[in-house]
Write a protein that binds this ligand. Structure first.
Ligand code: OGA
Ligand code: ZN
Length: 371
């Protein structure tokens, strides 16, 4: 790339990059990001922003190899790497190797099309680990195959990413039909498509369900891309979409040990309007408490979303086999299961969660190591 051009104004450095892009860097930003203000080992900021003038006066900018040397009226000199200026162009978010664009899926996703990775490869190598994480982020869903018949075999794969997210159900949980269940998951009944723990302040990010045994009649798994459903609803019924984004509803789990509640909407958007989270779990939704005046309209919207979760055009159905582990973004992909008959055989899934923050951190570290 050609050398950048510099134009010095008292309160701004204007850089014309080799790609002809022109960027303005306010002098207060330049001083705030001067490498001399950072701790040399931790790279945390030691500089006190309030020790600076509101608009430090810039006198000159001189190219110096891969950096620019800036001189200020108060005597300060900065050597700012061009890479820093280029990577942080004002108004543009810096590239993030942890951010993987979502590829939404509907009926085009088939069981054979689910990204699949051998446990041994993911355990042994960082290339396979990175590949698995990127594809899981993209589709929101993947399968790990060839797990040992050991209870901890699945969580060991999950721990390749980072530490596990502990919840009131423990660091790991057993999906087994038990005599005294505190949760529908621990019965043999069908679980309609849902996301886990929308009653948490921050619901768990990625979910891992390692199939130890699936010998009972029934017990097939269901999945649907909640982001695809939300986007289709946005187009087909904008008013329903708006209500699901704007009206918080109660979610609650309670037993003898816990009473965990929030009011949150079904669909969460980021500031640009992109769908970033689905909280949908009809079996732990609390008693709706929005004003009566909007209640019928809200129910209409909620039922429209619910009806889409029943539409075969969105759902993927298959039966997990022992030694497989399904992995999915619990804040995007809805999951469920068909009822099973415990008198016909044993069914046992061993589950855990890893939050999105650990997941994206691992992706960034793997990208850094790969150069
Ligand atoms: C759950 C759940 C799925 C299954 O435990 O929340 O959705 O297949 N289980 O049993
Ligand atoms: Zn669940």
């Amino acid at each position: 790339m050609a050398e950048p051009g510099f134009e010095v104004r008292p309160d701004t450095l204007v850089v014309t990059w080799g790609d002809a892009n022109t960027c303005s860097y306010p002098s207060i930003w330049l001083r705030d990001n001067c490498p001399s203000g950072l701790h040399p080992q931790t790279h945390e900021r030691l500089l006190d922003l309030l020790s600076l003038d509101a608009a430090p006066v810039l006198l000159s900018a001189q190219a110096d190899g891969d950096a620019v040397v800036l001189a200020y009226q108060d005597g300060h000199r900065s050597r700012l790497p061009l890479a820093l200026l280029s990577a942080h162009r004002p108004g543009t978010m810096a590239a993030d190797p942890g951010a993987v664009p979502c590829a939404l899926w509907r009926a085009d996703m088939t069981v054979a099309g689910i990204p699949r990775f051998a446990a041994a490869a993911v355990l042994a190598g960082d290339t396979a680990l990175a590949d698995w994480l990127r594809q899981t982020a993209r589709s929101g869903l993947s399968l790990i195959t060839g797990l040992d018949d050991r209870i901890e075999a699945g969580t060991q794969v999950a721990e390749r990413i980072g530490f596990l997210r502990k919840t009131n159900f423990g660091t790991t949980f057993e999906v087994i039909s038990v005599p005294d269940p505190n949760n529908l998951a621990y019965t043999p009944v069908a679980l309609p498509l849902h996301t886990d723990l929308p009653n948490q302040e921050v619901p768990p990010g990625f979910q891992f369900l390692h199939c130890i045994a699936n010998d009972a009649r029934g017990g097939g798994s269901l999945f649907a891309d909640g982001f695809a459903i939300a986007e289709d609803l946005r187009r087909a019924d904008p008013e329903a979409f708006r209500l699901l984004c704007e009206v918080p509803i109660p979610y609650r789990f309670h037993d003898d040990e816990a009473d965990i509640r929030v009011h949150e909407p079904v669909i969460t958007l980021d500031r640009s309007g992109a769908v970033i989270e689905i909280r949908y779990n009809a079996h732990i939704a609390g008693v709706f408490d929005m004003p009566a005046a909007i209640m019928p309209e809200y129910y209409r919207a909620y039922r429209a979303f619910m009806a889409m979760t029943r539409d075969p055009g969105y759902r993927l159905t298959f039966k997990l086999e022992a030694g497989e582990m399904v992995v999915f973004d619990n804040r995007r992909v809805l999951h469920g299961r068909e009822a099973f008959d415990p008198s016909t055989g044993f069914r046992h899934l061993h589950g855990c969660y890893v939050d999105r923050g650990e997941f994206t951190s691992r992706l960034r570290l793997l990208a850094r190591a790969a150069g």
